[in-house]
Design a protein around this ligand. Sequence first.
Ligand code: HEC
Length: 478
Amino acid sequence: MNYPFWDVPIIGSGWVLGGIAIFHVMVSHFAVGGGLYLPLAERKARLEGRDDWLEVLKKHSKFFLVLTGVFGAVTGVAIWFSIGLANPEATSTLIHNFVFGWAIEYVFFLVELTTAAIYYYTWDKISPGLHLKIGYLYAATSWLTLVIINGILTFMLTPGATWLGVAGSGSEASVFWYAFFNPTYFPSLILRTLVAVSLAAVWALVTTSRIDGFTQGKLKTSIVRWSVKWLIPSFLLMPVAFAWYLYMVPESGRQLMNLGISTIGAGTFTHVTRAILVSVMASATIAALAYFVAYRNPRTFKTGWALSVLFLAFAATAATEQAREMLRKPFVIGQFMYSNGIRKSEVEKFNREGYLTHTMWLSPETPDSPYRKVGGLPEADRTLLKGELMFRGQCASCHTRDGYRALGSLLRDRDEKSIRNIVQTLHEYKEDSPYRAFMPPLVGKEDEIEALVQYLRTLNAAPPKPEAPATQTARVDR
Ligand code: HEC
């Protein structure tokens, strides 16, 4: 059954989800790294008898509680809403496989939120030893939320041979741990932990930059310098962890990246390569700013600088998450379900029985669907409606009509014959088709596919330019 689909103009449903996810990643990883930073900093301050540090940490823990407890939690729930809308089929698969995982996640999450609040509200009210213990409990549970969610996130990229072997048989639950500890699990856990630790530094710079460097120069110098050191593990270990991660990613994803790197000279970056470059350059700039501006001149380190570092971290996060998304294309769950919710195993069936036959919008079980009036329409309008449903069901998860990755402009210069060609190429999905690297096969019966051609015609309404080349070669994902 195809669920109804969510049609988001201009940016597409993917970017609604992406936008929320980027904020959530920034805050949730900070919740992990910052959760370790607080008790370790408190411990240092207490051992060295530095009460001025404690004052700073108290303020930082308030900021931390508000940011993670409110913003982190709200964006987390927003992800649920948006994935359910953007890809109900994949969400359903995840829930069926990992409901137990999420149950564990919520337990850790509850403890995490509770201890964060207790930590903040009990400064100076309980013994320092107990306060520290609460801090450590927070750090442990918040890292454990990462341990759990990482299994589910990496599963989507690399479900692993064992799970794929039983997928769709109904006994997926028996291989829960194989799916959970899948091929990219450990490299990704290390990568995310490193990101968390460096975000602790990034956000700590934001609060510590506000200390007055003239009246409290010594305090600011010591705490800014100590915070910058939190970036070191990432810069040493990130390249290694990243190489390991890529090594575990399926061949096709790596190819997409290699292709981009080897053709940089020619100017044809792939999405993945471009995103990785942004991420590497942003990280290098963070390192430079952190060392030259913050570490060398802590007294004059202003909030503006701290916010620039934060902004760069944001860019690096966005780029990395996008690269991960691109590596996964054309799948939403590697080798099992395409980004548009069609299972690899269903392709044959849809080609035989038709795609729209299984679409809820047209099902008798949805009597008030606006699309059911399709029967009473004149032939041409009916074709266009069918074509639109094909577009919404099979293309709209990655393309919009006239915004992000717009089919209107990708098809500009193409006449009907040329559009039919490209659509047929997607439908036949031959081994050597260049589109296989990032697009799923187009499924359906001949009349449905022709309907899509007619609908796509309406999107590139502008007549082909006379000087347009007669034959268009397939472009590599740019
Ligand atoms: C998994 C995501 C995904 C899905 C689903 C998808 N595409 Fe694409 N498509 C892409 C990407 C990525 C590109 C490369 C975009 C670029 O070059 O800017 C692309 C490019 C294209 C192009 C331009 C190709 C060229 O050679 O110029 C066309 C046409 C196209 N898609 C049509 C479709 C149609 C029609 C559908 C639905 C049947 C569809 N796509 C479904 C990801 C997808």
